[in-house]
Design a protein around this ligand. Structure first.
Ligand code: NAD
Length: 470
């Protein structure tokens, strides 16, 4: 595929092979662009600012609705591309597309609801006789930098709110999985003036860095790893920055939990897209009194998962994004064995595949519970009380989401109040998101919120206009 800059397709001599992680075949190639190409895209996005700001909110909303109709019509085809470039099971790629279509619709709706407010300046010294109000005005050019794992949904969560708020956008998708996101950009481009949405492909360290440091970018909306997020926040200067980073999400199962429901949540939450999900269940914290009963059922259900060709609608577990990713998971699991962990099922790597793995005898010094393991691994942490469960959940530098299973409102709310994460779900796993909710973590999991309404807010700045009527 080619990049899209100012409504035109742009190619480069040097290209990158996008590899299907299931069969290691090349799906397509994309250009490897350089800082010069990014500057061209930034200049196009700056030129297009006036045009989108000239459009009425009604028109912007209508164009987003048209893009929504096109995306809806193309969703099955794009889901196939997602599966080819990421190895994500097709049923999950279809799920990602359904959510992306809905996200675009939320943005079309939100484009009509960007309000300011009147401000009583006369409540302050010297403010008597003023009439004042605020406006939410566009920021200008938004750089959207996205990871490989949800290539369309994470891109639409940036592009659609940015455009709803009348900004222009440069999308830099992950080089590992850029194709579906580039199709998305083409669909949106068809509805808007040239330069409103642009795509650049290439290495993050070069073109991602240019987007980060370039003074003609007004906001960086980044989703990806903590390491890259920190780099960006150190180099972004005065730009507005939203960072949606990694997680190490706990699933707490208390003594009074419905065990069957908790097991279902653990399987779905831990192994969706082989655990390559920021909000995947990464630690299972369980009351000792029900641990054995839970584990028996959890192992049984995990062993039922179908591993194989991600294009097969029955497949639950496909490959990881590449062999290096699978080796990193393996390394972390092997290190845990050396410190005393015991596998209850799984534990083996086969090329890019890693088996769903449950580990017992976990201690807090193991990297498997300290770091974000981007793979299908469930370490079990046994505790003896609600307080211990909360302490274990908070014993992490991350704070994205959490899930708690309990039949007691009191215990559920205690956990919800005391767990330091951006969201806490009672009787649901952390691996849950609707696209209108405020989504974003605490601690090292990031800064700012996405979810269309909240992202739109973040894609504007507030201007006060005051009239002295005396
Ligand atoms: P990554 O950080 O390696 O890459 C993300 C993006 O940043 C890519 O487009 C990459 O090219 C770009 N990039 C790399 N170096 C850069 C630099 N120096 N400057 C600017 N951009 C640069 O992440 P990944 O491996 O693609 O994705 C996995 C990570 O993403 C995991 O940590 C996961 O938890 C996180 N993630 C978070 C969320 C969330 O919403 N919180 C959602 C999905 C994934």
């Amino acid at each position: 595929m080619k990049m899209l800059i100012n409504g035109k397709f742009e190619d480069k001599e040097e290209t990158f092979n996008v590899i299907n992680p299931y069969n290691n075949e090349t799906v397509d190639t994309v250009p490897i662009s350089d800082r010069g190409d990014v500057k061209k895209a930034i200049s196009a996005a700056n030129m297009a600012k006036g045009e989108i700001q000239d459009m009425s909110s009604r028109k912007v909303s209508e164009c987003l609705y048209s893009a929504y109709e096109s995306l809806k019509a193309e969703q099955k085809k794009i889901a196939k591309t997602i599966t080819e470039e990421t190895g994500k099971p097709i049923k999950d790629s279809l799920g990602e597309m359904a959510r992306s279509v809905e996200t675009l619709k939320f943005a079309a709706e939100e484009a009509k609801r960007i309000y300011g407010e009147t401000v009583p300046l006369d409540a302050g010294i010297g403010g008597k006789g003023f009439f004042a109000f605020t406006q939410k005005i566009p920021l200008g050019v938004v750089a959207a930098i996205t990871p490989f794992n949800y290539p369309v949904n994470l891109a639409i969560h940036k592009i659609a709110p940015a455009i709803a708020a009348k900004n222009t956008v440069i999308l830099k998708p992950s080089l590992q999985a850029p194709l579906a996101a580039m199709i998305l950009a083409e669909i949106i481009d068809a509805e808007f003036p040239n330069g409103v949405i642009n795509t650049v492909t290439g290495y993050g360290g070069e073109i991602g860095d240019e987007l980060t440091v370039n003074e003609d970018i007004d906001k960086i909306s980044f989703t990806g790893s903590v390491a890259t997020g920190l780099l960006i926040s150190n180099r972004a200067g005065m730009k507005k920055v939203t960072l949606e980073l990694g997680g190490n999400d706990p699933l707490i199962v208390l003594e009074d939990a419905n065990i069957e429901k908790a097991v279902k949540a653990a399987v779905l939450g831990s192994y969706l897209y082989s655990g390559q999900v920021c909000m995947a269940v990464k630690r299972i914290i369980i009351d000792e009194k029900i641990a054995d009963e839970f584990i028996d059922l959890f192992v049984k259900e995990t062993e039922k998962l179908k591993i194989g060709d991600p294009m097969d609608p029955k497949t639950d577990i496909g490959p990881l994004i590449d062999e290096n990713a699978a080796k990193m998971v393996e390394q972390s699991v092997v290190e845990s064995y050396k410190k005393g962990a015991r596998p209850l099922t799984g534990g083996n790597r086969d090329g890019n595949f890693f088996e769903p793995t449950i580990l017992d005898n976990i201690t807090p010094d193991m990297s498997i519970v300290i770091n974000e393991t981007f793979g299908p691994v469930s370490p079990i942490i046994r505790v003896n009380s609600v307080e211990e469960a909360i302490n274990a959940a908070n014993d992490s530098e991350f704070g994205l989401q959490a899930g708690v299973f309990t039949e007691s409102i009191k215990n559920g709310l205690k956990c919800a109040n005391e767990i330091e994460t951006g969201s806490v779900f009672i009787n649901k796993q952390s691996t849950f998101r609707t696209d209108n909710m405020p989504f974003g973590g605490f601690k090292m999991s990031g800064i700012g919120k996405e979810g269309v309404k909240y992202a739109v807010e973040d894609m504007t700045r507030t201007k006060l206009i005051g009239m002295n009527l005396r």
